[in-house]
Design a protein around this ligand. Structure first.
Ligand SMILES: [Zn+2]
Length: 305
């Protein structure tokens, strides 16, 4: 009886919005209870929610997404900058993002990046996961976490976004929002990624290549976050991105086409893995480089004109 009460309470919360959904949930719950053994009571609860939620999420995402994408176009004519930097950008005093980095100014408005770096692309990094049928984890863009409430569980989800122009600028950002507001969460994460944008130093630091083109990184760098340690190593032309699939998104957005990556620690924790790589990329701008070395490897920071 206790189990049944629990499940009913959980079902009630989403059912308030849609009475049709409630029936579907109950039907599935009944059919699954017949099959599943009682030992896996907790897992059973999850299974009941998932198919229903997934279906609705897709439905909502597709419909709402298309409608809102039309609105998403940023209107610069109505934008009112709140910061000094924003006012300078709008008035045309600052026309290059490199000026911002050179002066060490902090970007506090996403619109600044939109104006200064045209052709910015965005993507979502798969940080979430749900246990699959045949074992293992099915990766999802949304990481769902729950907290316990009197009347059941309350969900929140977080998203990690990456932005870049595929030519020397990249940013990673993360944001959370209440369950069901997927679009909002992605928008928030994208805005944060824009604020975190950094210039990438590129060159050819591989001793096998030394062509002086901008296809790799100029020297080896290390990054760390949590238990994850990352080594990024310059690779010769034609090697490609020898990194995991999620890291490929960052590298391609940064404009790097050949690189090796060695990692250590709990790289399953994707948030830490991605941030470790990002911190390594950040280090490309930290060191002071001799001019001769810069010439040899053809190092360039930021975009190529
Ligand atoms: Zn090369």
């Amino acid at each position: 009886m206790a189990e049944e009460n629990k499940t009913k309470k959980e079902e009630k919360a989403p059912a308030k919005e849609k009475p049709v959904a409630k029936e579907a949930v109950e039907k599935k719950a009944v059919s699954e209870k017949k099959q599943a053994p009682k030992e896996e009571a907790k897992q059973e609860d999850k299974k009941e929610e998932r198919p229903e939620r997934r279906g609705r999420r897709d439905f909502k995402g597709r419909r709402g997404g298309r409608r809102r994408e039309e609105k998403e176009e940023f209107d610069y004519t109505t934008w009112k900058p709140k910061t000094e930097l924003g006012k300078k950008v709008l008035s045309g005093e600052i026309t290059d993002i490199n000026q911002v980095f050179a002066q060490g100014l902090k970007i506090a408005e996403p619109a600044i990046v939109d104006i200064l770096i045209p052709g910015l692309e965005k993507d979502v990094i798969f940080i979430g996961g749900s246990t699959g049928k045949g074992g293992g984890i099915r990766r999802t863009p949304f990481k769902r976490t729950s907290r316990m409430h009197k009347s059941g569980r309350r969900y929140r989800m977080s998203v990690m976004a990456v932005v870049g122009n595929k030519n020397g600028y990249v940013g990673v950002g993360m944001a959370a929002s209440p369950a069901g507001k997927h679009r909002e969460a992605i928008q928030k994460a994208t805005d944060k990624a824009k604020l975190n944008i950094i210039p990438i130093a590129r060159g050819c630091g591989s001793w096998e290549c030394l062509c002086g083109a901008k296809h790799s990184i100029p020297f080896t760098v290390n990054g760390k976050r949590g238990s994850v340690k990352v080594n990024l190593i310059p690779a010769p032309k034609g090697i490609g991105l020898c990194v995991s699939n999620e890291i490929k998104k960052i590298m391609s957005f940064a404009g790097i086409s050949d690189v090796w990556c060695k990692s250590r620690g709990n790289t399953k924790m994707r948030i830490n893995f991605v941030m470790a790589v990002f911190s390594a990329l950040r280090k490309l701008n930290v060191y002071k480089i001799k001019p001769e070395f810069e010439k040899n490897v053809g190092m360039i920071v930021g975009k190529v004109e």
